[in-house]
Design a protein around this ligand. Structure first.
Ligand code: NI
Ligand code: MN
Length: 224
């Protein structure tokens, strides 16, 4: 049994009860207040970029749990300077095996928060389930290529607008990716990214993607 839990904003965990992956663990200061940094466990922490609402509590959680941080070279250097030694330094285009499956680092059109860096997304195979965590990104046409390279079971897409794609562009992303399921993220945390996920769901499900949209309220989990 594999569980995906949404901590609000862009923070998710994926766990089979033995191994837990955390994505962009922004917990302390997260307006959704689902958990604090000292309440979560992780074996791996995947960090898309170093903006505070994504890097979040990575260093504190890694230092407490010994979790392996998987991220781009520039963010690896940043967390290394803050004392984290257990890092898997990757970059866009890399696809590496891990004990739980594999991780492919994808393009994301967004700043990295580190000079000279680049934001990224991840496609992860976790015990056979393929999850695309888009990170913060605008819409880009190579999402079509990602959908051709990997058969995506769950695509976690930002819909908040302003800093990332809005709902309309995310619905186009769904058509490019051809993921079985779409989970919206990065919305309603602040007024500037207010969106209606129900409208997004209707837009995607009447489009050509064939994807189901699963709205996961912050604090709730779904079985993958
Ligand atoms: Ni960002
Ligand atoms: Mn963000």
């Amino acid at each position: 049994m594999t569980t995906l839990k949404y901590y609000g904003h862009a923070c998710f965990s994926v766990s089979d009860g033995k191994t837990t992956l955390l994505f962009d663990p922004f917990l302390n200061g997260n307006p959704w207040e689902i958990a604090t940094a000292d309440q979560v466990n992780a074996d791996y922490i995947l960090v898309s970029h170093a903006h505070a609402d994504h890097l979040g509590d990575t260093v504190a959680i890694a230092q407490r749990t010994g979790a392996n941080i998987i991220t781009t070279a520039e963010v690896c250097n940043l967390v290394g300077e803050q004392g984290c030694q257990n890092v898997s330094c990757m970059h866009i285009g890399g696809k590496i095996n891990f004990p739980f499956g594999w991780v492919r680092v994808t393009l994301a059109f967004h700043g990295s928060g580190v000079p000279g860096g680049h934001a990224c997304g991840f496609i992860v195979n976790f015990n056979g389930k393929v999850i695309y965590f888009a990170g913060d990104t605008g819409l880009f046409c190579d999402m079509r290529l990602l959908g051709e390279l990997e058969a995506i079971d769950y695509a976690l897409l930002p819909i908040g607008n302003n800093f990332t794609m809005g709902a309309q562009d995310a619905a186009v992303a769904a058509e490019l990716l051809r993921a079985k399921n779409i989970v919206p993220m990065h919305y309603d945390s602040w007024p500037v990214i207010k969106q209606d996920p129900v409208e997004f769901k209707a837009m995607v499900e009447k489009g050509k993607s064939g994807s189901n949209v699963i709205i996961v309220p912050p604090g709730e989990s779904i079985e993958l």
